[in-house]
Design a protein. Structure first.
Length: 344
């Protein structure tokens, strides 16, 4: 059997990790979750740095009792962990030599090939202090890939980069991960990184898997408040009768005549804001108070408190036209056709 099958348990203080998932060769699985969810604990278990109960099977081989140095696993750490006294070439060659290629010249040749693949052939003789954050990340990635691992682990690979470098490095990382034929597991808390890098997402909360799926499927049907916030959606849970969802102190009307316990999702762009109570065909109308306005470039995310707490996306021009300001009172409306409902 090829690929990765994980079913592990570990208790660390208040965290009780209990995680199971599978990944295929050539697939990038992104483990995402809030701080304290157990992401790093899981990564350390896969790398062999922490002991766990259960099983970690890679290409049909049980790894749980295999020491880290004997596992076909490579890790790119959050802070890259490059040796400051070694050049980029020697940093990459070090990983190769640790995997059994003891001839220095052979390891250096392998390192040069990998540095060329990540676009750093002209930086081979430089030490880490002379490299940018993005370049250091690529050296760390080359060092990991040069060992030809069957499982590549990346711990918050872009978190140490500034916003400008991050976007460009993210694009490069997508390309390099796609070229690796082993299993790739990325740990992050950043929604943009998760959605850009992942073929599949594994969402952890409090040590447990709460949702697994392709990014588009998770976008369509989030199953927790954290997941909804991650993808920027309004999520509600209530009991529906003929498409009318009873919330705490309010109702939400959907076009679909569904019954039972449900989740309801509304995209922020589907929320219209008004200075006075609107007249028209919208089935859902509520008053609210603005608690935040976040400028996101081409849009402004408006957060409302009221009978139905909501986020709405409006244009910068609309902020001025509607005189939207923190603490101001507004009305929000949502068409029933813009409410997606599905069983809880």
């Amino acid at each position: 059997m090829s690929g990765l099958a994980v079913d592990v348990r570990r208790t660390v203080g208040a965290l009780a990790l209990d995680v199971a998932f599978e990944a295929e060769p050539g697939e990038t699985v992104v483990v995402v979750g809030p701080n304290g969810a157990g992401k790093t604990t899981l990564l350390r278990a896969l790398a062999g740095l922490d002991t766990v109960d259960g099983s970690i099977v890679l290409d049909g081989r049980e790894l749980r009792d295999v020491p880290p140095e004997a596992r076909p696993v490579a890790v790119v750490f959050q802070d890259h962990v490059l040796f400051p006294h070694l050049s980029a070439r020697d940093n990459v060659a070090f990983g190769v030599r640790c995997r059994g290629r003891r001839r220095r010249r052979e390891a250096a040749d392998v390192a040069d090939r990998w540095l060329a693949r990540v676009g750093l052939a002209d930086h081979a003789s430089m030490r880490p202090a002379a490299l940018s954050g993005g370049q250091s990340q690529r050296v760390a990635l080359a060092r990991a890939l040069a060992t030809e691992p069957r499982l590549l682990l990346l711990d918050e690979p872009l978190s140490a980069l500034d916003a400008t470098t991050r976007a460009a490095t993210r694009r490069d990382l997508v390309h390099h991960l796609a070229a690796h034929d082993g299993v790739r597991v990325v740990v992050t808390h950043d929604p943009v990184d998760a959605l850009a890098l992942g073929d599949r997402l594994v969402v952890l909360e409090a040590g447990r898997v709460v949702q697994v799926g392709r990014p588009d499927a998770i976008r369509a049907r989030p199953r927790s408040r954290y997941v909804a916030d991650l993808i920027g959606m309004n999520l509600f849970r209530g009991r529906a009768t003929a498409g009318v969802v009873e919330l705490r102190g309010a109702q939400l009307v959907a076009a679909e005549p569904i019954d039972g316990d449900v989740f309801a999702v509304v995209h922020p762009s589907a929320v219209a804001l008004h200075r006075t109570r609107p007249e028209g065909t919208a089935r859902n109308v509520w008053s609210g108070t603005i608690t935040a306005l976040d400028d996101e470039g081409s849009r402004v995310r408006v957060t409302l408190d009221g009978p139905v707490p909501l986020s709405a996306d409006v244009t910068p021009a609309s902020v001025g036209a509607l005189d939207l300001r923190r603490g101001g009172a507004v009305w929000a409306s949502v068409k029933a056709t813009e409410v997606a409902v599905y069983p809880a």
